[in-house]
Design a binder for this molecule. Sequence first.
Ligand code: ATP
Length: 448
Amino acid sequence: MEKIVSLCKRRGFIFPDSEIYGGLANAWDYGPYGVELKNNIKQRWWKKFVQEREDMVGQDAAIIMNPETWKASGHLDNFSDPLVECKKCKNRFRADQLEEAGKCPNCGGQMSAPRQFNLMFKTFIGPAEESVNIAYLRPETAQGIFVNFKNIMDTMRPRLPFGIGQIGKAFRNEITPGNFIFRTREFEQMEIEYFIAPPKKDKDWQTAFEMWRKEMLNWMAELGLNVKHDVYELNVPDGERAHYSKKTIDFEYQFPFGRKELYGLAYRTDYDLKQHAKFSGADLFCTDEQGDKFVPHVIEPSLGVERTVLAVLYAAYCEETTPAPNPSPAHSSREKGEENIRTVMKFPYWLAPVKIAVFPLLKNKPELVKKAKAVFNQLKSEYNCEFDDNGNIGKRYRRQDEIGTPFCLTVDFDTLEKGDVTVRNRDTMKQERVKIEKLGEWFGKKLK
Ligand code: ATP
């Protein structure tokens, strides 16, 4: 884990938040490559689950919603974790996450009795900090979908089953955030509420549930996760599920700090829509062919963006021993093996923050730089490319390997004569010459 955190900082993926002020515990900022990686995840999710499906539409609701929403959804009453405090060192923990019940993991002291701690972030709307102005930052994106159910029905007239997808920030005042970006107080979710007709028998909702279970497993495979070995499906037992859920599967991933929840899939029944109909008085019914009204039920695949980033970083991280370079007298003092470890992020190509790095062989040869710039300009509108003329080629390769760039392209003296360039593959490290006029087609085949 330390290696990943350090690579993220060193290579511009993820920085501690407000670092110049000493940081803010468990808050993180995304740097140039981190934001590309995160955007690639979100864009692909949107395309796959919203745009490419005929039974899905998208939306984007506000973060601060009418506080009645949270009364109706049950979050004000139920969205809490059991908090315990050490009587000796005063540190606070989530009771259900303690390795040994009643014992402080910090000093071994005795714990207080648990009390329920509500995770909702409170704020005030407008200048007066009065109770009538209390509002909340949403703890999940889901409710933004339920409150728009009627709008979507009225404007899009979808037929059941259909789903609404949304990507956006969520906030939880977690008792024990930590493990880098795994558990933070501000995070992003990619959520789907998939509406189905009220099931006449269990099989009716189980079919939709199973369809989304498979979709989620496919998505994890697409991310480059080893689904067979590193993903575990936990059927959350009665009594441990959220208040609205009749069935939940937690997709747990083998993170460096243990097997923990990556995503959730829940059958939320008709709980939310019924609650909102009751509290708002709005007509949140559908009408069947016989003219009978009913409230749809809902299957919810819920995916955290940051946990996806962390799983992907962990899955992609590789250290390889490369053959030792021929020892030369100038290097004879080099420690054995020191230079031979190659760190490479083996992201699936579609996830890689930079797809192609373009190098002039030498930075002080204007004709090479000019040609390399021309190649860079030719490719940059199609792919996220990076121009690099710093240091020797070996160092440039090493840097690109660490950010997971699939291809490095070098313009050398032969390029000026023959019009071809060297393209080096991140994973095989093999190099081949490709004609400049064929680059579009060549990369098209490899990267699309
Ligand atoms: P946990 O048991 O880890 O607290 P949860 O079961 O409360 O998670 P859900 O309410 O099911 O989580 O939220 C859906 C998804 O949102 C999670 O599977 C996870 O990917 C993400 N998520 C939830 N809480 C956090 C958090 N504090 N930081 C980052 N991601 C989170």
